[in-house]
Design a protein around this ligand. Structure first.
Ligand SMILES: Cc1ncc(COP(=O)(O)O)c(C=O)c1O
Length: 423
C-alpha cells in the first residue's frame, strides 16, 4: 500500500522519474541479478529509506546534536548502533558512514597519517579501489604496497603477506576484497600486523552478511577496526558502518563527524537499523548458508559445462570466471550476458593481460538470487546458461533461446510481488 501511494504521487508529479522506477523494477523482474555486490532489500527497509526521516538535520551523535528536534532520530540511530553491536559483537559501531568508500577514508584518517605506508590487496588481484589504487584518494594519500594471490592457486599465500609486511613495514594492513572467492584468515592477518606493529583493518563489505550469520570466519575479534558496506550480503540500504575496539571509538567518531561528513542520512540509518534487526533473525542464518550453497552449486555447474574459475571454485558468495579462452574481453561478455538477462560485471582477474575497461574476467555472485528464492537446481541451470551464452556469443538464435529460458526462470520467482507496476 505504501508503495502504491509512493508511486502514485510520483506518477502525478514526475512521470520521467516514475518511469525510471517502473522500468528498473521490470528490468529486475525480467532478469537474473548476479552482480556479487548487489541484493534486494525488504519492503520494510525500502519504507524506512523512503520516509520523513530524510527531512532532518542531526549533525553529531545521539544525545549530542548540533540541531534541535532529534529525539526520534536519536532512537533510530541508537537502535542501529545497538543492533549492529549485537550482530557483530563489536565494542563500538558508528552507523553514519555514507558509503564503503567514505568508511575506509574515515578509518585511515582516524588511525594513520597522510604519507604512511599501507599494505593491502592489489585491485587486479581482488582488492578495492579504496585499498590504495592510484586513481583513488588512498593511492594519492598513502604509500601503498600490495599483496595478491598466487598464480598457480589463485589464493592468498599468508607467508608471502608476512614477507611483504616485514619488508615494507606498513602502519596499517588492510584485509578485504571485492573479488576473491575464498575465505580470509583474519587471525593470521592479525599476527602479521602485530609482528610489524601495524593496525589491522578488515573491510568486509562483501562478506558482512556471511560474517553476521557466522558462516564465514569472524574478523571482529582480531581487527582493530572493521569497515563494511551495508548493502551487499548484509542486505541493508546503500551505506556503511565502522566498528572495532573501544580504544578507537573516539577517533573514528571524530573522523566521521566532523572530520568527513556533515548531516547523517537519518532515513538510511533507520533503514540500517531495520536490516540489522532482520539479520538478527534465525532465517537470516539460513539465507547466508543458502548464498554459499548456491555459489558452490553454480561453480560446479560452470565447471561441468567447461568454464574456468579463478582458484577453481568458491567458499563464499562470489565466483570469478576466467574468460581468457574465449575470443573476447569482459566488455562483450558482460554485454552479451546482459542481453540474455543475466546481470554480471566484467572484472580483472589476477595476472590479467587486458585492461580494467575490457578485462579477462566476469564476477558473479548469488546474494540477490538467493534472496529471490532461487536454489541449487536453478543454479545448475544458470551455470549452463552462462557457459552457453559465452560459447555462442555471436549466435543470435542461441542467445534468444537462452533469453527465453531466463524469462521462464524469472517468472517462477516473482520479484517484489506486492509492487504494482502500473504500465
Ligand atoms: C571491499 C569493498 N570496500 C569498499 C567498497 C566501497 O563501497 P561503496 O561503493 O559503498 O563506496 C566496496 C564496493 O564495492 C568494496 O567491495
Amino acid at each position: 500500500m505504501y508503495h502504491d501511494w509512493f508511486l502514485n504521487s510520483l506518477d502525478n508529479s514526475d512521470k520521467e522519474i516514475y518511469d525510471v522506477l517502473i522500468n528498473e523494477l521490470n528490468r529486475g523482474r525480467r532478469g537474473l541479478e548476479m552482480i556479487a555486490s548487489e541484493n534486494y532489500v525488504s519492503k520494510a527497509v525500502l519504507e524506512a529509506m523512503g520516509s520523513v526521516l530524510t527531512n532532518k538535520y542531526s549533525e553529531g551523535y545521539p544525545g549530542k546534536r548540533y540541531y534541535g528536534g532529534n529525539e526520534y532520530i536519536d532512537v533510530a540511530e541508537q537502535l542501529a548502533i545497538s543492533r549492529a553491536k549485537k550482530l557483530f559483537g563489536a565494542d563500538f559501531v558508528n552507523v553514519q558512514s555514507h558509503s564503503g568508500s567514505s568508511a575506509n577514508m574515515e578509518t585511515y584518517f582516524a588511525l594513520i597519517e597522510i604519507g604512511d605506508p599501507i599494505l593491502s590487496m592489489s585491485l587486479d588481484h581482488g582488492g578495492h579501489l579504496t585499498h590504495g589504487h592510484k586513481v583513488n584518494f588512498s593511492g594519492h594519500f598513502y604509500k601503498i604496497n600490495s599483496y595478491g594471490v598466487e598464480k598457480e592457486t589463485g589464493r592468498i599465500d599468508m607467508n608471502k603477506v608476512e614477507m611483504i609486511a616485514k619488508e615494507t613495514n606498513p602502519k596499517l594492513i588492510m584485509a578485504g576484497f571485492s573479488a576473491y572467492s575464498r575465505e580470509l584468515d583474519f587471525k593470521h592477518f592479525k599476527e602479521i600486523a602485530d609482528s610489524v606493529d601495524a593496525f589491522l583493518v578488515s573491510d568486509i563489505a562483501h562478506i558482512a552478511g556471511l560474517v553476521a550469520a557466522k558462516v564465514h570466519p569472524d574478523p571482529v575479534p582480531y581487527s582493530d577496526v572493521v569497515t563494511t558496506t551495508t548493502h551487499k550480503t548484509l542486505r541493508g540500504p546503500r551505506g556503511a558502518i565502522i566498528m572495532g575496539k573501544e580504544e578507537y571509538e573516539a577517533s573514528i567518531n571524530k573522523a566521521v563527524f566532523p572530520g568527513m561528513q556533515g548531516g547523517p542520512l537519518d532515513h538510511i540509518i533507520a533503514a540500517k537499523a531495520v536490516s540489522f534487526k532482520e539479520a538478527l533473525q534465525p532465517d537470516f542464518i539460513e539465507y547466508a548458508k543458502s548464498i554459499k550453497v548456491n555459489a558452490k552449486a553454480l561453480a560446479e555447474s560452470l565447471i561441468e559445462n567447461g568454464a574456468t574459475l579463478v582458484s577453481g571454485g568458491t567458499d563464499n558468495h562470489l565466483i570469478l570466471l576466467d574468460i581468457s579462452k574465449y575470443n573476447m574481453g569482459g566488455k562483450i561478455a558482460e554485454r552479451t550476458l546482459d542481453e540474455v538477462g543475466i546481470f554480471t560485471n566484467k572484472n580483472m582477474i589476477p595476472f590479467d593481460t587486458r585492461t580494467p575497461f575490457d578485462p579477462s574476467g566476469i564476477r558473479i555472485g548469488t546474494p540477490a538470487l538467493t534472496t529471490r528464492g532461487l536454489g541449487k537446481s536453478e543454479m545448475k541451470t544458470i551455470g549452463e546458461f552462462i557457459v552457453k551464452t559465452l560459447d555462442n556469443y555471436q549466435d543470435k538464435n542461441v542467445l534468444q533461446e537462452i533469453k527465453q529460458g531466463v524469462n521462464e526462470l524469472c517468472d517462477q520467482f516473482p520479484l517484489y510481488p506486492g509492487f504494482t507496476a502500473l504500465h
